[in-house]
Design a protein around this ligand. Sequence first.
Ligand SMILES: *Cc1c(COP(=O)(O)O)cnc(C)c1O
Length: 353
Amino acid sequence: MKGSDYVDLRSDTVTRPTPEMRRAMAEAEVGDDVYGEDPTVNRLEQRAAEIFGKQAALFVPTGTMGNTIAVKLHTHHGEEVICEARSHVYNYELAMMAWFSGCVPRPVEAPDGVLRWEQIRGAIRPLGPHWAPTGLISLENTHNMAGGAVTPREVIEEICERAHELGLKVHLDGARIFNAATYLGCSVADLCAKADTVMFCLSKGLGAPVGSMLVGSAEDMGRARLYRKRLGGGMRQAGVLAAAGLIALEQMPARLGEDHANARWLASELARLPGIRLVHEVQTNIVIFDVAETGLTSAEFSRLLQKRGVRINGVGPSRMRLVTHYDADRAACERALAAIEEVAQAACAGRSS
Ligand SMILES: *Cc1c(COP(=O)(O)O)cnc(C)c1O
């Protein structure tokens, strides 16, 4: 089976550029972006800043680099960064806080993926004879490992206001911030108004082949540009990528509701299947479900799905995560559901006989 014959719900990162993106890439006007001379990158950064209501933006190769730069911008060596216990910055970015910024995470558990001020407040530490001080608060919206959970605007605003009163900055890992805004029916500018910096991915549900953005104050983005260079992220004729990014940014947010509808539909169908248990309410494009009662591990379940042309990965011994996106329409989701049903039914029948 060729890669493109699979229904691939492992992540929304698997989306391939649309025909329009490929055309725009071929025709992109380019220059050397390290000199600030790539007109397409400059346009993308300007549009991102406008759309988020911030002073400036920076095009970065990956979301991990955007988050890494943000932590560096707001902290000094020997500080703590408060983040949710299952957050991406803590668990999936190769200890970048320690590696680049000399900071340690101070994880705080939020079972629903939504960190609130009351929980954060208890984790803030002043400099003391035994304590490293808090340098930054990092939020994740939507929360990936909490199944695409959305943090509402009031919750973000309260955290930012209280943090700012204490002189602390707030970074928002908004890899899927457009999914959050779609769910809430508000603009990303309103949702992120009080955050000091926001990182978001063009390369996930928005469908660009490569790239993320960091947005914030002009001063911070000026420093961020230097950190990006240090990290090896100073790209040259990056306009070929930014051209796809512009289409991702301008046109793709409007269709994310379709992905959410597909995820909700899949969740409601999965809930009827033997041996399958949903572990959270589905708000956006991520569905996490538990297959323990089929008697299969997530790795076994994944292998059996793969044989049926469907790719979904485990995120724990018995937990699977599927992510909907524009490259998997309702018909593809129906194929995925049929494969999951077959595997679950066969496993449960085997168990009871
Ligand atoms: C995908 C993701 C990132 C960044 O990932 P890259 O693969 O480095 O682009 C950051 N945070 C969250 C929550 C993500 O899901």
